[in-house]
Design a protein around this ligand. Structure first.
Ligand code: ADE
Length: 266
């Protein structure tokens, strides 16, 4: 391979990506919006809260980390809203923690895990755990040529055909918005996005990770059936603990599968 005058050998971006994909995965960052969703995993993996986190002192973000098998695992939660004391759900905190986590931890892989509403018309049932094929927004309607597609912001998750086959995971598209309810405008956009699951963070995490070319997978446990007959918040609260436990089981299987593998094995 010819060398440039600056001394660097001429390695194409594709070669570089190939090298990255063929290196064993060592650092995984989980982005999890609610600490209740994260706690079973924190316990199971025996992760420890980092009291000297690399994040600015002003933020409420909470970092847990530790080694699990050969993997250096971090879980980052956006933490409690400093005024209201509730979990900082939604796309804005999710984007911020994803950005900061990429800068601080330089992960090989990001996993956004959490709960979601599911559509029974698309085959979803309570406590299903989906691996997401693509994520898009449903509350960024901009009816201006070009900006319409920017608003939708559809991006593919990192493809994991072997993982899906081995763990027999359900696969579906995700639609993300900053509201838990579903007014008619959102419903139309979610249908256009062909979504099976609906959450409040996924597409934002993928947006940030895509900027830095960090492969991202998303795992979503269904707490409520959006096209069912129960009020969403009631069904969500009723199922949160059980679905979080189910999600923790699936996530553990996913990590066990990833351990010792390269991105190209997934
Ligand atoms: N998380 C859990 N259920 C949800 C729903 N119905 N919409 C958005 N986020 C959710």
């Amino acid at each position: 391979m010819a060398a440039h005058g600056d001394g660097f050998s001429e390695v194409s971006m594709e070669d570089l990506m190939g090298q990255v994909e063929n290196r064993q995965i060592s650092t995984i960052v989980f982005i999890i919006a609610m600490q209740k969703e994260a706690q079973p995993l924190i316990n199971r993996l025996r992760l420890v809260k980092d009291v000297n986190s690399p994040f600015p002192k002003e933020v409420t973000w909470v970092l847990f980390n530790g080694m699990y098998k050969d993997l250096n695992i971090s879980i980052v939660c956006p933490g409690k809203d400093s005024t209201l004391g509730v979990d900082s759900v939604g796309t804005v905190p999710a984007s911020l923690v994803t950005y900061a986590s990429i800068q601080a931890m330089k992960p090989d892989l990001i996993i956004n895990a959490g709960t979601a509403g599911g559509f029974k018309a698309k085959g979803a049932s309570i406590a299903d755990v989906y691996i997401v094929s693509s994520a898009a927004f449903h509350d960024r309607r901009i009816p201006v040529p070009g900006l319409d597609l920017y608003g939708v912001g559809m991006r593919k998750a990192f493809p994991t055909p072997n993982l899906i086959k081995e763990l027999n995971l359900k696969v579906g598209r995700l639609s993300t918005g900053d509201s838990m309810d579903m007014p008619p405008h959102d419903k139309d956009s979610i249908t256009a996005n062909d979504a099976t699951v609906k959450d409040m963070e996924g597409a934002a995490v993928v947006y940030v990770a895509d900027i830095f070319k960090v492969p991202t997978i998303l795992l979503k446990g269904v707490t409520d059936i959006v096209d069912g007959n129960r009020p969403t918040s009631e069904e969500f609260l009723e199922n949160l603990a059980a679905v979080t436990a189910k999600l923790d089981e699936s996530v553990t299987k996913v990590i066990d599968f990833i351990n010792g593998k390269c991105l190209s094995d997934l």
